[in-house]
Design a protein around this ligand. Structure first.
Ligand code: GRF
Length: 199
């Protein structure tokens, strides 16, 4: 059972707070948040986490290669005996060493119904493509961009007149619910990964 959770952020941290709420409210049973790590010290989410009394750490990426930066994060995670790493708006690709060290123990949330619209600006991509439905996806992280095995998805409609902001806000409400449910499933251990399929 994976129960010591680290959350990696780069920005405002609303998914991080949603996971912290879910843990403190018992919606992710038998789990604890070990540490919130940001790749820069001025991420707004880091201050919000500290206000909540969560342990925080900035591991600055500046001046270091991806491999060097990730090695320090791996050491920090191992010091904390972290079982599960949740990416929540973490804006840096992980090295293969990081992915290998935590294989099938790294989760990410993405604001589209993958495999549609991976990468940056997923909400903009969906609007520009003209799809009627988009949504959010929680998946395991592998070496592909937003391409690892899918754990859970929620569809969200695109309405006439939606802007990137209105659509993003509608998706974000679902992200917060979906991420907590997906982490609860993984922490429970009651799933299996068969190829690309999680069941
Ligand atoms: C979310 O839309 C998430 O899906 C994406 O980045 C955004 C992060 O938002 N990966 P927040 O920092 O959790 O508020």
């Amino acid at each position: 059972m994976s129960n010591r959770i680290a959350i990696l952020i780069s920005g405002r941290g609303s998914n991080m707070l949603a996971l912290a709420d879910a843990v403190s409210e018992g919606r992710i049973p038998a789990a604890e948040i070990s540490v919130i790590i940001s790749d820069h010290a001025d991420a707004p989410g880091l201050a919000l986490a500290a206000e909540r009394g969560l342990a925080t750490l900035a591991v600055e990426r500046k001046g270091r290669t991806r491999v060097e930066h990730d090695r320090e994060i791996i050491v920090r995670l191992q010091e904390q005996r972290v079982d599960l790493v949740c990416l929540a708006g973490y804006m840096r690709l992980l090295s293969s060493e990081f992915i290998e060290t935590f294989r099938h123990r790294i989760l990410n949330i993405h604001p589209s119904l993958l495999p549609s619209f991976p990468g940056l600006d997923a909400q903009r991509q969906a609007i520009e493509h003209g799809v009627k439905w988009t949504g959010c996806t929680v998946h395991f992280v592998d070496e592909t961009l937003d391409g690892g095995p899918i754990i859970a998805q929620t569809p969200v409609p695109i309405r006439d007149g939606d802007t990137i902001e209105t659509l993003s806000a509608r998706i974000l409400i679902e992200e917060h619910k979906l991420y907590a449910a997906a982490v609860a499933l993984v922490v429970s251990g009651e799933y299996e990964i068969a190829g690309r399929r999680v069941r």
